[in-house]
Design a protein around this ligand. Structure first.
Ligand code: SF4
Ligand code: SF4
Length: 367
C-alpha cells in the first residue's frame, strides 16, 4: 500500500535499506471478501464472500505452507476477517508455529471475550482499526453502516487499548476524510494510540469519490504533517512510497521530525494471498495481471524467487523502468500498482512520481 505512518509512541524502527536483497519475510493475507460494511473506497472491493474462498482445511494448509517458507510475520485482513467463523482456529494454528500476526479489521465484530482470548493465547500482537474519522455521522456514511456501529467500534478500540495490544488507527485518504485527519490525530494522542496510518489511494480496485490517481496528495497533506509535528508525543514518520524522499513536502517535514522511507516491499520481502488463495506481489494488485499462482498448489518461496513479476519488482533496471533517472537504485522505479492504474501496464511509468513530473514538465516547456 501507499502508506504514511504517523507514529506517536516510541518503539522499534528498523533503518534497513529497503532496496537491499531480502528473503521472503512477510505475508499479507486477505482471508475473506466478506464485509459487514459497504465503504465507497475498498482496496479489495469487498462485500460478499466468494464461493471459491479457501475452506478451513485449505486455510490451515496455507498456514503450514507459510510456516515451511520460513515466514514469521503476517498481516491478516479482508474484507472483515472476523466474519470468517474459523478465524480463531487459523490464528491458533499460526500461534503454534510462532508466526507473529497483526490484524487489520474494521473493529465492529470484536467483543471482550474474543479480545481476552486473543490476548491470553497471544494470537495477535497488534490491531489496525480502520476508523477513518471521529465524526459519528460521517463514519456511518463513509462506511455504509450505522452510528451505533461507530459507538461499538470506539468501545472495542478502548478494550484493545486496555489489553495492551499495539494499536493503530487508519484513514483512507479522500477529499472527504482529509479535513478530519487532525482530529483523528488528536484522538489518537489522547487515547494513547501508537500510530495513525494514512492510506493514499491506489486506483486498482473500488475507489469512489477520491483523488485522481497521480494527484499530488502530499501537498494536500502538508497541514496534517504540521499538525502532527505540533503534538506532544510525535516520534517518527514512516513512508511506504518509493519516491517519497524526493517530494518537497517530505523534505520540509524532515527538518521537523525523523522520517524513514521504507519504500515498496512488494516482491522484495513480501507476498499477498487473496481469499481464494491467489498470490500476488502487492496487496493493491488483486488483479489477474498480477497473479503468480495459487497457494493451494504453489510453493510460496519458489514463487517469490522465480516469478518474472517478482523479479520485475526487485530489478526494475533490467526491465527499462525509469532507466533515465539517477534515483533508480534508491527508489526502485516507483509504485507498480500506481503505474498499472495510470498506464494499464505493470512495467509502465509511475507518473505520480514528483521527479518524473518535474522532468516531464521541463521537457514540455522546452521541447
Ligand atoms: S506496488 Fe509497492 S509501493 Fe505500490 S502499492 Fe504496492 S506495495 Fe505499495
Ligand atoms: S523517475 Fe522513477 S526512479 Fe526516478 S524517482 Fe521517479 S519513480 Fe523513482
Amino acid at each position: 500500500m501507499l502508506d504514511i505512518k504517523l507514529k506517536l509512541k516510541v518503539g522499534h524502527a528498523s533503518e534497513r535499506a529497503w532496496m537491499e536483497p531480502s528473503l521472503l519475510k512477510t505475508v499479507f493475507w486477505n482471508i475473506t471478501y466478506a464485509c459487514n460494511y459497504h465503504c465507497g473506497i475498498c482496496f479489495t472491493d469487498s462485500g460478499e464472500s466468494m464461493p471459491d474462498e479457501l475452506t478451513t482445511r485449505e486455510a490451515l494448509e496455507t498456514v503450514d505452507k507459510i510456516h515451511h517458507a520460513g515466514i514469521r510475520d503476517l498481516i491478516l485482513s479482508g474484507g472483515e476477517p472476523f466474519l470468517r467463523k474459523d478465524v480463531l482456529d487459523v490464528l491458533e494454528h499460526m500461534a503454534k508455529f510462532g508466526i507473529s500476526v497483526r490484524i487489520a479489521s474494521n473493529g465492529s465484530l470484536l467483543d471482550p471475550t474474543t479480545l481476552q482470548r486473543l490476548r491470553d493465547e497471544t494470537l495477535t500482537k497488534s490491531f489496525q482499526i480502520s476508523l477513518d474519522t471521529v465524526d459519528a455521522d460521517f463514519y456511518a456514511q463513509f462506511h455504509g453502516t450505522s452510528v451505533a456501529n461507530f459507538k461499538s467500534v470506539l468501545e472495542n478500540l478502548s478494550n484493545i487499548q486496555k489489553l495492551g495490544f499495539h494499536t493503530t488507527i487508519s484513514v483512507r485518504l479522500t477529499p472527504q476524510t482529509l479535513a478530519g485527519i487532525p482530529r483523528l490525530l488528536d484522538f489518537a494522542s489522547q487515547e494513547g494510540i501508537a500510530t495513525v496510518t494514512i492510506h493514499c489511494p491506489v486506483h486498482t480496485r473500488r475507489i469512489a469519490e477520491t483523488f485522481p490517481q497521480g494527484e499530488d496528495v502530499f501537498t494536500r497533506l502538508e497541514p496534517v504533517f504540521e499538525h502532527f509535528c505540533n503534538l506532544p508525543q510525535k516520534w517518527l514518520v514512516e513512508t511506504y512510497i518509493p519516491w517519497a524522499e524526493y517530494h518537497p513536502v517530505i523534505r520540509r517535514l524532515q527538518k521537523q521530525v525523523q522520517v524513514i522511507n521504507r519504500g515498496c516491499r512488494a516482491g522484495r520481502d513480501r507476498l499477498t494471498i487473496n481469499p481464494t488463495g491467489l498470490i500476488s506481489p502487492c496487496v493493491c494488485m488483486d488483479i489477474p495481471e498480477a497473479y503468480l499462482g495459487n497457494v493451494k498448489n504453489s510453493d510460496l518461496e519458489f514463487v517469490f524467487q522465480n516469478s518474472s513479476l517478482c523479479k520485475l519488482f526487485r530489478n526494475p533496471q533490467e526491465y527499462g523502468i525509469c532507466s533515465d533517472c539517477g534515483n533508480l537504485a534508491k527508489c526502485g522505479g516507483g509504485c507498480r500498482a500506481s503505474a498499472f492504474a495510470l498506464t494499464g501496464q505493470i512495467d509502465g511509468q509511475d507518473m505520480s512520481c514528483p521527479v518524473w513530473q518535474c522532468r516531464n514538465q521541463k521537457e514540455s516547456d522546452h521541447p
